[in-house]
Design a protein around this ligand. Structure first.
Ligand code: 13P
Length: 252
């Protein structure tokens, strides 16, 4: 199943100060002006924890949604220095959360921990953007499909509310490198991801986004790969012009 709404999600990672809300404001301005296409897509921006409260207040009731980039795997309050729980983030009015990002997997998050996070985030009514992706070695060894299948099945279970789930396929070797999968690879991987999701959820398959070096110059490459339901954008989401150009070029 291909979802008709496309997602453009900006992951700011470790970027942004209070005045960076202007970037989102400009994107929001464009979104409002883009009468021809703005019903076809949804914009979500994920600033760091430090900006969540202010930005979710500023963009409350606006068409752009604010996302967190991670959370702790235990809920409520606890003795976890430096961490924040899903409940704490939810209390700020934040709607989305990115979980399982490869940069967090690299600093020690495993499927077991990510599973707890996904369950807790869904319980707190977040829309969860769950990231999966193979690294360079796994790709070289032709393990891509195996790795993705394992990441999906280790974390996602039938009982979860798939309506609040979004999958982001981010090949680790593509993040920040300018390298993209080939068209054939992308079509095949997306098909395999959706077929695994179909096995888990039957009819309610979550949308599948692509992430990794997406920018305004290469976005047209993805245009006719209909199975991709949107994009998770890192570097190019930190500038309003780059982000807007991605959307402009996608619908050109
Ligand atoms: P880049 O777009 O900078 O490659 O980052 C992708 C990413 O990791 C988004 O979560």
């Amino acid at each position: 199943m291909t979802n008709s709404i496309r997602y453009f999600v900006g992951n700011w990672k470790m970027f942004g100060v209070p005045s960076s809300y202007r970037i989102i404001e400009k994107i929001h301005h464009y979104l409002n002006k883009d009468k021809k296409n703005n019903k076809k897509y949804k914009i979500v921006i994920a600033p760091p924890f430090t900006l969540l409260q202010e930005f979710s207040k500023k963009f409350k009731n606006k068409k752009i949604s604010i996302s967190a980039q991670n959370c702790h795997h235990k809920d409520n309050f606890g003795a976890q220095t430096g961490h924040v729980s899903p409940l704490m983030i939810k209390s700020l009015g934040v709607k989305y959360i990115i979980l399982g990002h490869s940069e967090n997997r690299m600093s020690g998050e495993n499927d077991e921990v990510i599973k707890l996070k996904v369950e807790l985030a869904l319980k707190n009514n977040f829309k969860v953007i769950f990231c999966i992706g193979e690294n360079k070695t796994e790709k070289r060894k032709n393990k891509t499909i195996y790795v993705l299948k394992k990441q999906l099945h280790n974390v996602l279970k039938k009982k979860l509310n798939s309506k609040n789930l979004i999958i982001a396929y981010e090949p680790v070797w593509s993040i920040g490198t300018g390298k993209l999968p080939t068209r054939a690879e992308l079509i095949n991987t997306t098909r395999q991801i959706k077929s695994n999701l179909d096995k888990i959820f039957k009819n309610n398959i979550p949308p599948v986004l692509y992430g990794g070096s997406v920018d305004s110059n290469n976005i047209s490459f993805f245009k006719d790969i209909k199975a991709i339901d949107g994009f998770l954008i890192g570097g190019a989401s930190k500038s309003s012009k780059n982000f807007i150009d991605i959307i402009k070029n996608f619908y050109k």
